[in-house]
Design a protein around this ligand. Structure first.
Ligand SMILES: NC(=O)c1ccc[n+]([C@@H]2O[C@H](COP(=O)([O-])OP(=O)(O)OC[C@H]3O[C@@H](n4cnc5c(N)ncnc54)[C@H](O)[C@@H]3O)[C@@H](O)[C@H]2O)c1
Length: 248
């Protein structure tokens, strides 16, 4: 058990990668706050974890809100007394092209994906600094590296910002024994990509040396390494987890 007894806050925990991470990390012995805009979804995840003998609390979160991000961290610490790791899977996707992106589309994607990533880290870091220990994993995207064939330019830009944010935080937090790394997933089957055509997914699988698009656990197992003590001297890094579809 790589993270036995550690306390983690997982955002976007109601579905896709966040849900899969909650289940896997609980099996690995972590105590979790599972946070999401979809409260009913995280209540189900927490109850599945409890049913399997693990420990998790559901936590309401709108990551684009400073107050809500703070409340999620406070709730975690009130329940478990500390916060060892934060993984930020919460995100929104939008496939609109250049001409169709209005202010509201731009703002929503940037507010959730980039500002939200900052706000949840800003809320979590005082606790980690006090502990002189922390592991933070941000979630970018292959779209930030290749321009995003499916996602819109605003989505790709938001994820490019996440990569830079991770580096900036890593530089400032290393002296407190806090690591900050980013994972750039390639295309992964989840609620987010459920609307993509089978044809588009097959085309991506054909371009991928490992011959398939990802499943949430492909990303989650790489995340497990980054929240564990196996990665203690690794920070400011961006890990491309994509079956080899893109070598950067
Ligand atoms: N699926 C992919 O192919 C893929 C590829 C690259 C990157 N990503 C990124 O990986 C992360 C996880 O994606 P996924 O595929 O699991 O998606 P998903 O849609 O299954 O899960 C995203 C979760 O984020 C939550 N969320 C959305 N807005 C929120 C907000 N304001 N506050 C709190 N929670 C909010 C949703 O309710 C949902 O439960 C996202 O950041 C996504 O951009 C996904």
């Amino acid at each position: 058990m790589l993270i036995q007894g550690k306390v983690g806050l997982i955002t976007g925990a109601a579905s896709g990668m966040g849900r899969a991470a909650s289940l896997m990390f609980a099996r690995e012995g972590a105590r979790l706050a599972c946070a999401d805009l979809n409260l009913a979804g995280v209540e189900r995840v927490a109850s599945d974890i409890a049913g399997a003998g693990g420990e998790a609390i559901p936590c309401p979160l709108d990551i684009a809100s400073r107050t809500s991000a703070r409340a999620a961290v406070e709730r975690t610490v009130r329940r478990f007394g500390r916060l060892d790791f934060l993984v930020n899977y919460a995100g929104v996707w939008d496939g609109r092209n250049i001409a169709d992106i209005e202010d509201e589309h731009w703002d929503r994607v940037l507010d959730v994906n980039l500002k939200g990533a900052f706000l949840i880290c800003q809320a979590a870091t005082p606790v980690m600094i006090e502990q002189r220990y922390g592991r933070i994993v941000l979630i970018g995207s292959i779209a930030a590296r290749v321009g995003g064939e499916m996602g819109g330019p605003h989505y790709a830009a938001s994820k490019g910002g996440v990569i830079s944010l991770g580096r900036a935080l890593a530089r400032r937090l290393g002296k407190y024994n806090i690591t900050v790394n980013t994972i750039n997933p390639g295309p992964v089957e989840s609620e987010m990509t459920a609307g993509w055509s089978a044809e588009a997914k097959m085309a991506m699988a054909r371009m991928t040396p490992l011959g398939r698009i990802g499943v949430p656990d492909d990303i989650v197992s790489a995340t497990l390494f980054l929240v564990s003590d196996l990665s203690g001297w690794l920070t400011g890094e961006t890990l491309e987890v994509n079956g080899g579809i893109y070598f950067g």
